[in-house]
Design a protein around this ligand. Sequence first.
Ligand SMILES: *Cc1c(COP(=O)(O)O)cnc(C)c1O
Length: 240
Amino acid sequence: MNAISRMLDNAARDAGRPPPRLLAVSKTQPAAAVAALAALGQCAFGENYVQEAAAKQAELGRASPVSAGQEAPAGLEWHLIGHLQSNKAREAAALFDWVQTVDRAKLVAALARHRDPARGPLNVLVQVNIDDEASKHGCRPDEVEALAAAIAGEPMLRLRGLMVIPTPHDDPELGRPAFRRSRALFDALREHHPGVDTLSMGMSSDAAIAIAEGATMVRIGTALFGSRPAPPAAPSYTGR
Ligand SMILES: *Cc1c(COP(=O)(O)O)cnc(C)c1O
């Protein structure tokens, strides 16, 4: 993990930017792998599926994953980075500290309704479909302002910024324009929403370029944990 942190810090220094936050993407990894990184001081973890996160959190010490008012185990901060169906909003609002995949008004309302006030506001990022891919989740860039306004109007949500998953390229350099467009959108959003401080972009293969273009948080799985185990045939990891 130290090697990764150093790589990220170097990329930021080379670009004259502040070092980004590291989100450790623990999807498909066992709870023991999370505990091992937490012991090294890593506190923010990203999961793609509500069900998988619930099981892992329970294993790490949260007695009853979705009961009200409980904190995440051992000061860990959990981020949902996978697509969220509205019918899972209640569970997500209970299990996560951040939801990075808010891309429609219905989800804003559902998360706000279900967030337990005892937990404090849920941090949210608007997910933007920055490359306008038909198959991708995320709102259009021209929908960001309206969604941001809806989030800002909900006391139980805290608008923190934007999350993007640009089209993957064999040559990561080809992703640079999408990161640059994302940063411009982020800077525009900050003009109306001074609390916005997070631009989540960049994964194992393109983190350095994302950082150079202004990511404030990178989401790293493979480079931290090694390649992911093949998903099991059983539905336990799919959340469906
Ligand atoms: C899996 C995943 C990551 C991490 O990808 P790696 O290539 O393993 O670093 C980051 N963001 C999202 C949304 C993911 O689903």
